[in-house]
Every structure is written in C-alpha cells, then in structure tokens.
Design a protein around this ligand. Structure first.
Ligand SMILES: Nc1nc2c(ncn2[C@@H]2O[C@H](COP(=O)(O)OP(=O)(O)OP(=O)(O)O)[C@@H](O)[C@H]2O)c(=O)[nH]1
Ligand SMILES: [Mg+2]
Length: 360
C-alpha cells in the first residue's frame, strides 16, 4: 500500500503568485516518484517563520486534523526545517515529519549504486539527521537522573563520539577522492594533444544521459525517475579524432539547498573544470516553468563558478514540442539567451545532434 502524505508549504514572499506553484509541483513530482500518495496540500502565507513549528500553531492544528482523518504516515514540508522544528512537529502531529532535503536524500539513497555517491549521501544524511537525535536524547536524559548519568546517557555520549568519528573518516576519504580527481583533471589538460572536456549539465530528467549515450555510444541507464545518474561518467565522443571527452553528471533541482549542492563537491568539480558546459533544458515543461528554471540554473552555475562564456544552452525534447511553442519560448528568453550559443535538439531521436557538435 502506498504511504499517505500531506505536503506543506510556507509561502513567505507576499508577491509570489506563480513561483510557489512551480515549487509545489516540483515537490509533488519528487514525492510521487517515491511512491507516496498525496492526500492533501497545506499552504500558509506568513511573513515570518514560526520558530517552533515553521507554520503557525493554528495551521499545525489543521494538519493534525488531516493526519487523523486520512491516517497520514508522513508529512513532507517544502521548506527546510530546523532540527528543533522537526522534533516539535513530530511530537505534535504524532507522525513522521520530513522536509524536501530529507526527501531528496532518500531518493539519492535509493538511486545510489557506486561507492563514491554512497559515501557522499551517507555523510549528508548523518549531518542532517544527527542534530534531531541529539535534541531527542537531550530531552530524554534531562528528565532521568538530575545529578548522576544514567546508563542511557552514557550510551548517548558514546553514540555522539562514534558519529563524530565516522563523519571525520568519511570526510577524509572524500577529500582523498577529490585530490585524486583533481590530478586526473590536470593530467587530461597536459600533454601534446590535451583532451577537451564537455560536461552535460542541467536539471534532473532533462535527458543528459540520453544525450551522453547518443554522442558517445555508451549505454548508461536512462529513466523517468529523478536522479538516475549520481556519479559522473566519462567517455570519448564517437569521433575519437576530435579529442573530446564528454561527462555526464548529477542533475540539479529547482531551488536546491546550497548545503545539498556542497555534498556533491566531486561532481561539481566536473562542471567547474570542463572547457564547455552543456546546459540542458527540457522542452516538456510549461513555458513559465522553463523560463524560471532557466534563470535559476544560470544563477546556480554562477554560484559554483561556471562562467557564462563556457555555457552552451541546449533545449532538448524537440519531439515533444511544437514549432509555435519553441518560437514563443525563444522570444520570451530573448535578451538572456543572446549571451549564449544555443541549439534545439532531441537526444532521443538524435535530431540536430550535428548542429550541437558544431558548437563544441
Ligand atoms: N521524448 C523525449 N524524451 C527524452 C529525450 N531525451 C530524454 N528523454 C527521456 O527523458 C527521461 C529522462 O532521461 P535521462 O537521459 O535519464 O535524463 P537525465 O537528465 O540523465 O536524468 P537524471 O540522471 O535523473 O538527472 C527518459 O525517459 C528519456 O527517455 C528526448 O529528446 N525526447
Ligand atoms: Mg542521467
């Protein structure tokens, strides 16, 4: 049976009439991919976050009623909750409480199959969930013995030590992998005939791996599930003479938490060090969403240090769009698109791939 869930969204921007709908739709997409059944969506407009519950107490009561009426298993918040808010909400609602950050980590965990991404995800999960455990344990032992440490409290302190030790160990391992990767990147750039690297980047499900497979002859997994690709893949362009290596890497999500991005530092190195970055945009979203996502993605590239002059914009899934829709999109993007070389392709049917290669 599907797990029942209620989605919650705290809307802070008063003049946001559209963007919040895109955010909720994105959350719903992720939630459904994890086989949850969404029984309701609760939205609250509030200028300031409530420190204890994120949402106001009245709204929490409303959510509680929904939980009891529909036998809800999990409440999923779009907004990232503090550990204290998560703890208070779990107590108040008597059901599992998650935020979008937890949900994305859960999806990553399900999709990860290689050692590097498993390590990255384990570390991110440990750092995200441990503060809540600390709050729970602290509350519990404060009420036990006032002066003497109970055996439970000793177990708690040794658990903290074990946690810190494990975090330090994984950090050290990831640091070593980063050093190794930087050496590999440097060696590709050296030599008489250095390789040119082109990194395929963009939101999840935009067709990055489909394009990677089409251009290199690889057969990497492709699917409608979010975050099918987690760790980077490298392969020569089919025409080996061109000395071009393509990189397929992790996709991003609209309005991603910066801490979550930093968890994938190794993949970000690929985007930062590639000569060109193909910014894939899927044409199967509504016009407003494509425009919003397009600009947000550019900000993200800027934040991670990918300069505009290295970006090639690639609109994918031309087969799912009409000429009229594409014309309207290009008109709407107009000035911002003029800064980049761009093309419109279908990675699936291989349409216009030659015009894309000419831009490399
Ligand atoms: N119709 C159509 N579907 C496409 C095209 N390119 C990719 N797809 C489909 O889009 C879905 C996602 O494709 P992927 O290649 O896995 O996308 P991705 O960007 O690598 O996704 P993540 O690895 O999750 O970030 C799959 O169902 C593909 O078959 C295209 O040009 N046209
Ligand atoms: Mg992929």
């Amino acid at each position: 049976m599907k797990k029942r869930t209620v989605l919650c969204f705290l809307k802070i921007k008063v003049h946001d009439h559209w963007e919040f709908q895109l955010k909720i739709a994105e959350l719903k997409r992720l939630v459904v991919s994890m086989d949850y059944q969404v029984v309701d969506t609760v939205i609250q407009q509030r200028i300031k976050k409530h420190s204890r519950y994120l949402m106001g107490k009245g709204k929490v009561e409303e959510i509680k009623e929904i939980v009891e009426t529909y036998g809800v298993d999990t409440i999923i918040f779009y907004n990232v909750l503090t550990s204290k808010q998560n703890y208070n909400l779990t107590n108040e609602l008597q059901c599992e409480v998650k935020d979008r950050y937890d949900l994305i980590l859960e999806i990553f965990e399900l999709q990860s199959s290689d050692i590097v991404s498993k390590k990255q995800i384990t570390l991110a999960q440990m750092l995200k969930t441990f503060p809540k455990y600390k709050i729970q344990a602290h509350k519990k032992y404060r009420t036990e013995h006032a002066q003497f440490r109970s055996s439970g409290e000793f177990a708690y302190h040794s658990k903290i030590r074990a946690h810190d030790k494990r975090v330090a160990k994984i950090r050290k391992e990831l640091e070593a992998l980063k050093e190794k990767k930087l050496k590999e990147i440097a060696s590709r750039k050296r030599g008489q005939f250095p390789f040119k690297t082109i990194c395929i980047s963009g939101y999840y499900n935009t067709g990055k791996t489909t394009l990677f497979n089409a251009l290199t002859g690889a057969e990497k997994p492709v699917s409608d599930r979010p975050f099918t690709t987690l760790s980077s893949k490298y392969k020569h362009l089919k025409d080996r003479q061109s000395k071009i290596i393509l990189i397929d890497t992790i996709g991003f999500v609209y309005d991603i938490d910066p801490t979550l991005i930093n968890s994938f530092e190794l993949q970000i190195l690929d985007m930062q060090n590639a000569e060109k970055v193909l910014y894939l945009i899927s044409l199967d979203d509504p016009l407003f969403d494509i425009i919003k996502k397009f600009h947000y993605g550019l900000e993200l590239f800027h934040d991670i240090g990918v300069v505009k002059s290295r970006i090639i914009v690639v609109f994918n899934k031309i087969d799912l769009s009409t000429d009229e829709q594409i014309k309207k999109l290009l008109e709407n993007l107009d000035n911002s698109l003029n800064e980049f070389p761009y093309t419109v392709i279908s990675a699936k049917t291989s349409k216009n791939l030659n015009s894309l290669i000419k831009l490399f």
